[in-house]
Design a protein around this ligand. Sequence first.
Ligand SMILES: C[S@@+](CC[C@H](N)C(=O)[O-])C[C@H]1O[C@@H](n2cnc3c(N)ncnc32)[C@H](O)[C@@H]1O
Length: 421
Amino acid sequence: MKVKTNKELINKIYNEDSRNLLNILDINIKIKSTITSPPYFDMKDYGSENQIGFGQNYEQYLNDLQIIFDKIYSITEDDGSLWIIIDSFKRDNQVITLPFDLSNKLKESGWLLQDIIIWKKDKTVPWSKNGFVQRKFEYILFFTKSKNFVYNKDNVRTFDTNQLKKWWVKYPERYNPKGKALDEIWEFPIPVQGSWGDQYIRHFCPLPKEMVSQMIELSSSEDDIILDPFTGSGSVMFQSAVMKRNYIGFELNSDFIKMFDNYLEKTFSNSRKEYELIDNLKGQSDFELQILNLRILKYAKLLIRDLDKQKINYFKIFVKNKGKSEIKNKLIKAEYTFVGEFKNVDDTLANINELILKPPFSKFGIEPIITFSNNIKVFKNKNFGYIKSNSYSFQKGIDLNSEKIRIISDICVDFNENDYL
Ligand SMILES: C[S@@+](CC[C@H](N)C(=O)[O-])C[C@H]1O[C@@H](n2cnc3c(N)ncnc32)[C@H](O)[C@@H]1O
C-alpha cells in the first residue's frame, strides 16, 4: 500500500469512525491541537450506525472516548493540546459528572488537565424538570501533552479600554501593559440563524466562531494541524481553514460532510478576506504605552507622597519616559529629576534608593534613573503639569511654575476615569 504524504492527508474530513483514526493518519503526522465537542452521550441521534453516545451505556461511551483521545495523544506534538467542550447531565435525579469522569480517564492516557473553563451561554439543553437552577453553561476542558505547551495568551488579551473596569486608569500597575488576560469564564452566545446559514442551525448546534477562533489562536500558529474527531457541522474545521491552519476531521454522517463542503465553497473566500483584514492586535501597542506612561507618572506621584511625609523641602519632579528597559522583570526606563533646594542631596538620594527597592515602587516594572537639579527649563507647549493627587490627567490652565504643579513631564495623559466602565 502506498504511504500517503502529510499533504495528502490534511485538509479533509474523513467519513470514518474516529475510533479508527490511526488506520488513516500516518503515525508521523503531528497534530498541534484537537478541538472537539463529542456526542452528548445518548441524548442525540446523529443518524449513523456505530455512532458513539446514542445507543451506548455510559461505560461503553466513556471507554470509546478514552480510546479515541488516547490515539490522538500519540499523534499530538509534544507542545500540543486538546480542548473538549462537554457537559454534565442528570439521570435518575442525580448529576452525572461526565467532564470529570472523562478527565480521570484521560489522565490515565497521559493528558495533563491544565484548565477548566466555563463557557457561559444564554441557553443550553434542558437540564431536568427537577433541577432548581437554570442551566447556562458548559465545560471546556483544556489538556496538554506535556508541561511545555503552546499557549499564546498575549494574542487574546483585552486591551479595549471600554471593556476594562475603570480603575485601569488609577491602578495601571495592576494591569499587564499588554492587556487583561483571559479569565476562566468565557461568554459566547450560541450561534443564531444567519451566522452559519439557516440550514446549519436547523441541523446542528455549531460552536460559536469567535470561541473556536480564540482556542485556535491560543494553541496554534499558522500552518499547524488542527484535528476534530467529531466534526459535525465542521465549525472547528472551517475556522481552522480561515485562520490558515491545516485541518483534519472525522465524521460518520456523510450528509454533514457534504453540507460542510458546500458551506466552505460558498463562504470561505469572504471569511478569509475578513480574517486578513482584521488585526486583532491593532491598538495593543498604544494600550501598552498608555499603561506604561500612567505607571511612570504614578510612580512620581507616590515618590512625592512618601517624601513629603518626611518633610523635606518643596520640590517638583521632572519625568521622562526613556524607553524599554534591558533589566529582567523591568519593562521601562524612566528618568526622575528632582528639582528643588535639597539640604543634603546624598541623604535624599539614599532615602529614595531605600524607598524604591520596596513595594509599591518595586512592583511598577520601572527602572528609575534618579537625578537632581536646581532648575530645569520647562516649555509651555511641550510639557504637561500634574498635581500631587492626580497623575492621570494633566492640569489645564495652571502655570507649570505654580506651587500646585508637582510633576512636569513631556508625557501627556488626560483620562477621566468616569469615562471608562
Ligand atoms: C456534538 S456533535 C459535534 C458538533 C460540532 N462540534 C459542531 O460544531 O457542529 C458530535 C458529532 O460526532 C459524530 N460522531 C459520533 N460518533 C462518531 C464516530 N465514532 N466517529 C466520527 N464521528 C462520530 C456525530 O455524527 C456528530 O456529528
